[in-house]
Ligand binder design. Structure first.
Ligand SMILES: [Fe+2]
Length: 247
């Protein structure tokens, strides 16, 4: 039994493709087939695959059906968490999605998922992504303060959701945690955040995140061990479509 993770599939079987990189960059060419090959090589039916957000470009459920059929056809148990592009997934409708796909897909938002004696906790996360203003040498000299204040509100809401998930798991007796975020835990200026502090507070062993695409973004946040927590980026193009083994 093993736990794997990958993110940012950005499937588009029934919906218009919206990312230029997916049309032009080699890593995205037939990426569904590459991912399928990797999954079929690595995963057995007893394994679990966490898909860390940005599953589909479809704006509503009916535009995601084929994308979900593709995900369901991958081996193992599949747990989906929310990304910023998952328009089909209103946070309040997670229960409905879980009823609709019962026995096929699990949608994790609020609460936690059990994996052996681990609790998997997940939320979309958030961080201020700019706009940043650069000086003549290309160093960050300032940023849009209104946008930063707005981002801060979303960060607080996401932290509250995450804390509720940790607390629910702890109440049920879990002491081992893996934390999943779609957004990176810190932005390009931060070395810590409410998310890193919460991971440390609850003793999460790992923080897994996605969202950072393209080589210029791969080092936007923390990679590797920091204060006893292991941080990993699992966006599909970073992983070259090979799911990362988490446990
Ligand atoms: Fe994203």
């Amino acid at each position: 039994m093993a736990l794997y993770a990958i993110g940012d599939l950005h499937l588009h079987h029934q919906s218009p493709l919206k990312a230029r990189a997916q049309m032009t960059e080699r890593v995205w060419k037939n990426h569904e087939e590459k991912l399928r090959r990797e999954c079929e090589t690595l995963l057995t039916p007893e394994d679990t695959l966490v898909l860390v957000g940005d599953h589909s470009w479809g704006r509503k459920l009916s535009e995601c059906e084929e994308d979900f059929r593709y995900i369901m056809s991958l081996p193992g148990r599949k747990i989906l968490t929310r990304g910023n592009h998952d328009m089909f997934w209103d946070a309040g409708k997670t229960g409905e999605l879980n009823r609709l796909f019962a026995g096929k897909l699990e949608f994790l938002q609020g609460g936690y998922a059990r994996y052996g004696d681990y609790a998997l906790v997940a939320t979309k996360g958030a961080c201020f992504e700019g706009p940043f203003y650069l000086d003549r040498r290309g160093r960050v000299a300032g940023w849009d303060e209104d946008a930063a204040a707005h981002a801060e509100k979303i960060v607080e809401r996401e932290l509250a959701r995450l804390r509720a998930s940790f607390e629910a798991a702890r109440k049920d007796g879990f002491r081992r945690f893996i934390m999943f975020l779609h957004y990176p835990p810190t932005n390009i200026l931060e070395t810590e955040s409410g998310f890193t502090r919460m991971a440390e507070e609850y003793g999460a062993q790992q923080v897994i995140y996605a969202h950072c695409h393209g080589e210029s973004r791969f080092h936007d946040s923390i990679l590797g061990d920091l204060n006893g927590v292991k941080y990993s980026l699992v966006s599909g193009d970073f992983r070259l479509w090979e799911p990362m083994r988490v446990l």
